[in-house]
Design a protein around this ligand. Structure first.
Ligand SMILES: *[C@@H]1O[C@H](CO)[C@@H](O)[C@H](O)[C@H]1NC(C)=O
Ligand SMILES: *[C@@H]1O[C@H](CO)[C@@H](O)[C@H](O)[C@H]1NC(C)=O
Length: 389
């Protein structure tokens, strides 16, 4: 078992500093970052929608510490609660029968008492399931954009499927850094998956995946199923999973690829932000260095020899990786997808490099309550995997 080291609450002095930053420094940085993101997007001839959000996200991640961010943002479970209440109220006013039949507040605690499964969709009538690992650099909680994405791309995919087919999404609430570091989140993700399997869900009806740090956690979990981590309970699958996806996955500690140089000033993330998040996750974790020198890739699927991902075809036959042409993590996402493809001839890998998009576009579409291109592509992939094989 691992330990959770809850950091002390912000002192009065730290709150004053935070207030000062919020009131005077952050707005100026936001104006400058937003203008710069929009200018580069305009010069590159990209549609401007969402590039302002990239500028804002840069300031949140780059200008505040994990403790500060967590001080002013609600936890994953309270975000879920608020979103569910708002969504249900909206479904009632619009008399949306599809959603009224499926949406309800439904939380299952996991054995460690720290993590839980938050359900979207009706798990009792579902025939297909998605296990969702949210991003946020392991520092930021789930947001409404993730939940909206899950609803639109997965639960609503069932509307076009055969009668009787239904999808429910199990969202993992896991411990953020710095309270928990690697491999705390992997243990919780594995416990969540074990819980779903134990409750009778067959791997062939289950897709797993996530965005950004959630893609990192997905890669960790796939690695763990293939090569059980000594400190984490092993997972036995009685057949391959229906699929695995990773949206803008963060799968390497390196910040020196071409996409980091090209997109340093336009993306939601910067090399500084990525390095900082790496430190939150791995700094001072002694076992990490030892694992890495032995070639074990639980923490870092892409930074060890490609053989680490060999055999993935026993875990799943369908992999979907999507990255933005305008994001710093572009190249590592491509390497991840291509390594899986080269090492596993029987796995079908759908890799999309979307020139108009920066980091985690589908989440931004979710935040805007919009069925955009990224949402539609995800819905198309999941429908193929569930119903068109
Ligand atoms: C953008 O925001 C970051 C904080 O994330 C800050 O360090 C940087 O100076 C800002 N850029 C500009 C041009 O102000
Ligand atoms: C997760 O992120 C860490 C920190 O950047 C990185 O070293 C590692 O490559 C990532 N893990 C996986 C499985 O990709």
């Amino acid at each position: 078992m691992y330990t959770i080291n809850r950091p002390p609450p912000l002192s009065a002095w730290e709150k004053v500093g935070l207030f000062f930053r919020l009131a005077f420094i952050a707005p100026l940085q936001a104006i400058l970052n937003v203008s710069r993101c929009l200018c580069i997007a305009a010069i590159r001839g990209l549609p401007l929608r969402f590039y302002a959000q990239c500028g804002i996200a840069r300031v949140i991640h780059g200008s505040f510490s994990a403790r500060q961010i967590q001080y002013f943002s609600p936890s994953t479970s309270s975000r879920y609660k608020t979103w569910m209440a708002t969504r249900l109220a909206h479904a009632r006013t619009t008399n949306d029968k599809f959603l009224l039949k499926r949406l309800r507040y439904d939380v299952e605690g996991l054995p460690d008492g720290e993590s839980s499964i938050l359900w979207i969709g009706n798990r009792r009538r579902a025939t297909k399931f998605v296990y969702f690992l949210h991003g946020g650099a392991y520092v930021v909680s789930l947001n409404g954009g993730h939940l909206e994405w899950c609803l639109r791309a997965y639960v609503q995919a069932a509307a076009a499927a055969k009668d009787g087919e239904d999808v429910a999404v199990a969202v993992l609430e896991y411990t953020l850094c710095p309270a928990g570091q690697y491999p705390v989140q992997l243990s919780q993700a594995a416990a969540g998956l074990a819980h779903l399997l134990r409750s009778g869900i067959s791997p062939r009806n289950l897709v797993i995946g996530g965005d950004s740090a959630g893609g990192n956690l997905t890669a960790q979990l796939l690695g763990h199923i293939l090569h059980p981590h000594p400190d984490v309970k092993a997972i036995g699958l009685d057949g391959p999973l229906a699929g695995a996806f990773a949206v803008s996955p963060w799968v390497s500690g390196h910040t020196d690829t071409r996409s980091f140089v090209e997109n340093e000033y336009i993306d939601m993330l910067s090399p500084y932000i990525v390095r900082n998040s790496c430190n939150y996750l791995l700094e001072g974790v002694e076992q990490y260095a030892a694992e890495r020198s032995k070639g074990h890739g639980w923490a870092m699927a892409v930074d060890v020899d490609g053989g680490w991902l060999e055999g993935l075809e026993t875990v799943t036959r369908e992999v979907y990786v999507t990255v933005g042409g305008q994001e710093v993590l572009r190249d590592q996402g491509i390497t991840f997808a291509e390594t899986i493809r080269t090492r596993n001839p029987r796995v079908s890998v759908r890799l999309e490099i979307m020139e108009n998009e920066a980091h985690d576009w589908i989440m931004l579409e979710g935040m805007a309550h919009w069925d955009g291109d990224a949402t539609k592509r995800m819905r198309a992939w999941v429908s193929d995997v569930f119903w068109n094989q």
